[in-house]
Design a protein. Structure first.
Length: 328
């Protein structure tokens, strides 16, 4: 199939995180029909990664994820773009990688492909795949980078704050202790905290994603919660310590997912960028030295009108081939 046709075929298979089974079955059937040795890597009873290679085990592996965020949106196209859920994140990328891998294999290159589940939620597919690495030297991961090689990916740190207080009638606030007031003070402190800025990489950023708490307008709140996400440009240890110091006794601090900032390999002569988003790469260290490259813009991923330009898809095939040849 042409890369555009394959993109549409993949987009039309719903694979919201947790429901990747049909996409995995299609990939197994399609890749086997094209002469690849393709096998599932079980993740749970209903989900699996797909690993494919030629006659020899691969030196270079192309990788991206088959799951998407909800809701499922069927494909469409016009003269310039392919639209639909996963068009750029990451089924167009998958189609470009398959097309490039087939061209390289036919030229005798030792290449393979790994397509994972769960990247949009917890990277469970990548974590599982890391236990089944084939000894490859390089991993070319695919995310929408505008066909530029990423020099680095920002890390991710999830933080949950819990403030506790004492309920009272709101007419007598002095009889209680407002957890919401404590939470507001804690968040104000964190928002005022200076965050690292690394030349050539950018600023560490903070987003307060959710706030909840209280029971009713006429009740002094006895509990409040906030979920915060930091995009890291350094190791997380220093930030964690500073968060604990700045929050102090106002709230309990619980650290969740902690995906590290990573510098990535680039190739001379190729355009570059910095990826502010997270990827499966930190969980696939056993698959070789990582690179990050793919068609499409992250700014339209996860939107109602997600799309990828047909021109970028075809350019991506050429770029994947060029990068793999230089690595080989």
């Amino acid at each position: 199939m042409d890369v555009v046709e394959l993109t549409r075929r993949l987009v039309d298979i719903g694979s919201v995180t947790g429901q990747e089974g049909p996409a995995g079955e299609f990939l197994l059937q399609h890749l086997r029909s094209q002469g690849w040795e393709a096998a599932p890597i079980p993740v749970d009873p209903h989900r699996f990664n797909v690993f494919a290679h030629g006659a020899a085990l691969p030196t270079v592996v192309f990788c991206t994820h088959m799951d998407t965020v909800p809701p499922f949106i069927v494909s469409s196209e016009d003269g310039e773009n392919v639209y639909g859920r996963g068009a750029c994140d990451a089924k167009g990328i998958m189609a470009a990688q398959i097309t490039a891998a087939e061209r390289l294999r036919d030229q005798g290159a030792a290449v393979g492909m790994l397509f994972t589940v769960g990247e949009e939620r917890d990277s469970i597919g990548a974590k599982t795949a890391n236990q089944h690495a084939p000894g490859s030297k390089f991993l070319i991961d695919g995310e929408p980078t505008g066909n530029k090689l990423a020099v680095a990916t920002k890390g991710v740190l999830n933080v949950r704050l819990t403030a506790r207080g004492k309920m009272a009638h709101s007419a007598y606030p002095d009889q209680g202790e407002s957890a919401i007031d404590k939470m507001l003070d804690a968040l104000a402190r964190l928002r005022a905290m200076d965050l690292p800025n690394v030349p050539g990489v950018g600023q560490c950023t903070m987003n307060v994603g959710t706030i909840s708490g209280g029971r009713a307008p006429n009740v002094v709140a006895d509990e409040a919660h906030a979920d915060i996400l930091y995009r890291m440009v350094t190791a997380s240890d220093d930030i964690k310590q500073r968060i604990l110091q700045w929050v102090g006794s106002l709230a309990e601090v619980e650290f969740g997912a902690d995906s590290p900032f990573m510098k990535l390999r680039t190739v001379e002569g190729m355009p570059t960028m910095v990826a502010s988003f997270s990827t499966d790469i930190p969980h696939l260290r056993n698959w070789g030295e990582p690179l990050l490259l793919g068609p499409g813009s992250i700014h339209v991923a996860h939107t109602e009108r997600e799309f990828v330009a047909k021109k970028e898809l075809r350019e991506a095939v050429e770029m994947y081939c060029a990068v793999a040849r230089k690595l080989l």
